[in-house]
Design a protein around this ligand. Structure first.
Ligand code: GCB
Ligand code: CA
Length: 833
């Protein structure tokens, strides 16, 4: 998609989107425009909301995309509003559209939507992630404004997937809404909101390709249509390369199918991630000389094959799927994300060298698929049956409809290679016998639908480690063409080095199944760092080690056809605590799309462009001892590192990383990495260092301790809260070793520095700081992680032998997980100089 943005002096911005580059400027008889503006919204149910007389004075004016959960899914109040909401707007129809069929097309609303036009319900759509459309022709007026009212509801319903999942299910009309006006004779609009014309490539090779174009034409006039269907194929340079015309008779008030075949595409320019040569097919309906309708579809010539031993092949060539996963939400916006940002997300993914993307766990915006076609990113798309099913006919029915919606809406995109329909389906299931057999039965039915709707793609489902035996036992491992494993060795359990052994075993048990690592990942919070990272500490360094290890193990195994990192971007998951509450932090990028250091590791491993990155972009402020490791991620041969202009030597990277041990100077250290392969490359960064390991001297001014943690925490003011340690004479630390490190993942209220309150020491003797004489301010930050009631934990605090807090009761005074800060002024004399 091309865009032109104009900023015009008089105060409006014009965003021009070029969807198609048509050489001859004949305008399509079909009119398609968004109706995203001028909506009014009210949360909750409103009596008579679809009627003109409804009380709407206090409704909020909104533009789409919109969600009502952008705020409350991130605040300190647990939960977010799942319930109904109403949208209304007036729509005046251009008299020029008189005589056309009028449709309202919604790209998505979470999760059920009922649409009313002039008080009458046009129907209800179930499912929060697929498009839907209603024919409003018989309800609209050209004489007066039409009242459109939409009741959207994101209440958890036992018959609508997803039932439970690790992402926030923001409610609202969160994608574009279109007015579509078509000639009474048109390509069918209401077939699962698909485009009405299907494009397939039944045969493709380097020398020739066949294109099959099929679809349905609707004739809602009272006369017989004697029509001509003409399809023209344009190559990636916009030159017409083939044309096919056929006649189609459509009786009055009925519809007919057509099929066209183009056999003569010689030496097609193949579509691949390296060269995403995108053709397009324009299909028109003509009656005599008059064009009645016109549709454009993307077309890519490629063929694919998965092999259980050898991996994945595109166009006959081996290709390791180097992938990632992405959700659709964005910081501050929830799921109501404009197309531009989603397209930029795909550009980031491409730019980092990835060739594969799993759209976990639901169908995403059309703009995402368009971008994938254009950029050359292979796609696994799936419907949101996550963690468990409900055993009911309605649940099955809704699942099947979602699957057909997804496939019919998106199957013309050449980027799509895998259809998925279940994720970790036994994770939260009761796992009774019935549950296993019913899940198996549903999977069988969904598999059948995939093959009916589109036998050209492979099918996949994603398994989890904890329920592994249930996948085998239920038979689920035998259904799909390929299987995915979501693996978190080294995060939720075990160590990352155990991953390889486990996956080798699964491969032995299913020797004929091609296999993908559909997820693997670990948290990172850019504010947390450690020279001794450990599992579950959310440090940037653990995430780096985790991925360095996984990627080495994945790339060593040819039978692993591909892998997808969990996750490209941090995303909203309301119930999560952790160091940034309500956010799943396994992203390689933050929720607002700032890269974490690990993203440069993958960029170095995947990108063909030169990458040289000092992995300290995130760890700019450091404490601890002066000798510290400095890592550089690169795909260039030999790298030299300089510290304040002095060379620390040349190294050759192994596994895309070179490491030095530097002796950091107090204050600013300028680090520069240089490589001279194919020209000069360099990367420079500054690291600010405060030595907290050596004994205090006269110059000591201040320090902060992250009690009970192995990690340094850098707060907004760039203060380093140094990792905890035991006392050494002349320095500082906790005294005695009886205090136990305690950690919690609960949200700490009243502070944005959650990590400081999530680690602590319990049963503590005390801390000692052998500071020089002087008057000091001592600030203590407390939190009660366990008790709710007053009187359950009461303690005193003494500084230099003097009681400064008597009978402090955090639950009584502040409450569970409420942060509490106290400062004291203390004179230090004759203690350690
Ligand atoms: C999984 C799920 C995914 C979660 C992820 C996690 O296996 O498929 O939805 O977000 O783990 O971070 O725990
Ligand atoms: Ca909330």
């Amino acid at each position: 998609m091309k865009k032109i943005i104009f900023t015009i002096g008089i105060g409006f911005i014009l965003l021009l989107t070029c969807l198609v580059q048509t050489g001859n400027a004949q305008t399509s008889p079909r009119v398609r425009r968004t109706i995203n503006d001028n909506w009014f919204f009210s949360p909750g149910d409103v009596p008579n909301a679809e009627k003109p007389k409804a009380e709407v004075a206090d409704w909020e004016r909104v533009s789409l995309p919109h969600t009502w959960n952008a705020g409350d899914a991130f605040d300190d109040e647990p939960g977010y509003r799942r319930g109904p909401g109403w949208y209304r707007r007036q729509l005046e129809l251009d008299p020029g559209l008189r005589g056309k069929r009028i449709f309202l097309f919604f790209e998505g609303a979470n999760q059920t939507a009922e649409v009313f036009v002039n008080e009458k319900s046009l129907g209800k759509h179930i499912g929060g992630y697929s498009a839907f459309v209603f024919d409003a022709t018989d309800q609209v007026s050209f004489e007066r404004p039409n009242l459109i009212a939409v009741r959207v509801d994101n209440t958890l319903e036992k018959d609508i997937p997803p039932l439970d999942a690790d992402f926030t299910m923001y409610g609202g009309i969160y994608r574009d809404v279109w007015l579509v006006a078509a000639d009474p004779v048109h390509f069918k609009v209401t077939d699962h909101a698909s485009v009405g014309v299907r494009v397939e490539t039944p045969r493709v090779s380097e020398s020739a390709a066949t294109v099959k174009i099929s679809g349905t034409v609707v004739n809602s006039t009272a006369g017989v249509g004697d029509l001509e269907i003409i399809s023209t194929i344009f190559d990636n340079e916009n030159s017409p390369v083939a044309r096919v015309a056929s006649r189609l008779g459509v009786k009055e008030k009925s519809e007919s199918d057509f099929v066209q075949t183009v056999d003569q595409i010689r030496r097609p320019k193949l579509w691949s991630p390296e060269e995403p040569n995108l053709y397009r097919v324009k299909t028109v309906i003509k009656s005599g000389e008059k064009v009645l309708d016109e549709i454009e579809n993307p077309l890519g010539f490629r063929w694919l094959r998965f092999d259980a031993e050898e991996g994945f092949f595109l166009n006959g060539k081996y290709l390791k799927l180097r992938g990632t996963n992405k959700h659709q939400d964005y910081q501050g916006l929830g799921n109501a994300v404009p197309d531009e940002l989603m397209v930029r997300d795909l550009e980031i993914i491409k730019d980092n060298g990835f060739n594969f993307l799993r759209l976990a766990h639901y169908p995403q915006d059309p703009a995402v698929l368009e971008a994938a076609d254009r950029l050359g990113i292979l796609i696994w798309e799936e419907i949101p049956i996550v963690n468990l099913i409900t055993i009911s006919e309605a649940f099955n029915q809704n699942s099947k409809t979602m699957l057909r919606d997804m496939i019919r809406q998106h199957r013309n995109h050449p980027s799509i290679i895998i259809w998925g329909y279940m994720n970790e389906i036994f994770l939260r299931s009761p796992k009774t016998g019935a549950d296993l057999t019913e899940t198996f039965k549903l999977a069988k039915e969904l598999e059948k639908i995939c093959k009916e709707e589109d036998p050209t793609r492979v099918t996949g489902i994603a398994f989890d480690f904890g329920s592994r035996e249930d996948y085998y036992q239920s038979g689920l491992t035998s259904i799909t063409d390929i299987v995915g494993w979501n693996l978190y060795f080294g995060w939720y359990h075990d160590t990352f080095e155990d991953f390889g052994k486990f996956i080798d075993e699964q491969h032995r048990r299913l020797p004929d199944k091609p296999l993908i690592i559909s997820e693997y990942g670990a948290n990172a919070d850019r504010r947390l760092h450690s020279a001794n990272p450990k599992r579950f500490d959310s440090t940037v360094e653990w995430q780096r080690m985790f991925h360095e290890s996984y990627w080495r193990q994945i790339s060593e195994r040819k039978f692993i056809a591909g892998s997808a990192i969990w996750n490209q971007f941090d995303f909203g998951s309301e119930f999560r605590g952790e160091t940034i509450p309500h956010i799943n932090q396994k992203g390689m990028f933050t929720y607002d799309r700032r890269p974490k250091d690990v993203s440069f590791f993958y960029k170095a491993a995947f990108s063909s462009r030169p990458v040289l990155h000092i992995a300290a972009r995130d760890w700019k402020y450091r404490s601890g001892g002066a000798r510290q490791a400095i890592d550089v991620y690169t795909n260039l041969g030999s790298v030299e590192l300089f510290q304040n202009g002095v060379s620390l030597g040349k190294k050759t990277a192994a596994n895309n990383k070179a490491s030095w041990e530097a002796s950091l100077a107090d204050g600013k250290n300028i680090l520069t990495a240089q490589a001279t392969e194919n020209g000069l490359h360099s990367d420079t960064t500054e690291v600010f260092f405060a030595d907290t390991a050596r004994p205090f001297d006269r110059s000591f001014r201040e320090m902060a301790v992250n009690v009970g943690s192995n990690a340094d925490f850098i707060d907004e003011g760039q203060n380093v809260w140094t990792a905890d340690k035991i006392f050494r004479t002349g320095g500082w630390g906790f005294t005695g070793d009886d205090g136990a490190e305690v950690s919690t993942l609960r949200n700490a209220f009243g502070s944005l520095d959650d990590p400081l309150f999530q680690t602590m020491r319990e049963g503590l003797n005390g801390y000692r700081f052998d500071v020089p004489d002087g008057v000091f301010e001592v600030e203590l930050r407390f939190v009660e992680p366990k008790f709710k009631e007053k009187g359950q934990r009461v303690f005193d605090v003494k500084i230099n032998g003097q009681t400064v807090c008597r009978e402090l009761d955090l639950a009584g005074e502040a409450g569970l997980m409420m942060s509490l800060t106290r400062k004291f002024s203390v004179a230090a004399e004759n203690r350690g100089g």
